[in-house]
Write a protein that binds this ligand. Structure first.
Ligand code: HEC
Length: 125
């Protein structure tokens, strides 16, 4: 009895840890405020490129795929698909995740800010 309880508890911890530790649940309304930091360079309108490419539909999109935007070779050829977990890693330190990118942005250190801005971007499609 005691042994089986222990096993069940250990299993729960192992199963829950990776996903929970990586990305908290995001809030799109909070993410819109975080997005203010991206607005100097990005908009979410379809086909509108500024300093950075349009982020319309970016969640789930292949990197370097916005027509008419002149990407760096690093971004163009990264072979990355911008799923939520990939964005979560990238946005912490873009220039570390993708050496050679011309996105001059230090990153969002707070995991919650990243999860929120991703939730916001996911609504833009
Ligand atoms: C100083 C300007 C600047 C800021 C601020 C900035 N970006 Fe960028 N971003 C860029 C540029 C320029 C690129 C293109 C990078 C390249 O080609 O190497 C880019 C690329 C990206 C890409 C890859 C898009 C693709 O089509 O492959 C994502 C995703 C992205 N930015 C998200 C964000 C988010 C989210 C924020 C705010 C938290 C942000 N950026 C802030 C300039 C910026």
């Amino acid at each position: 009895m005691i042994k089986s309880l222990f096993v069940a508890a250990a299993f729960t911890v192992v199963a829950a840890a990776p996903a929970a530790a990586q990305m908290p649940a995001g809030n799109a309304a909070a993410g819109e405020k975080v997005f203010a930091q991206c607005k100097t360079c990005h908009v979410t309108d379809k086909g509108v490129n500024r300093v950075g490419p349009s982020l319309h539909g970016v969640v789930g999109r292949k990197s370097g795929s916005v027509p008419g935007f002149k990407y760096s070779a690093a971004n163009q050829k990264s072979g990355v698909t911008w799923t939520a977990p990939v964005l979560f890693q990238y946005l912490e330190a873009p220039m570390k995740f993708m050496p050679g990118t011309k996105m001059a942005f230090a990153g969002l250190k707070k995991p919650q800010d990243r999860a929120d801005v991703i939730a916001f971007l996911a609504t833009k499609k």
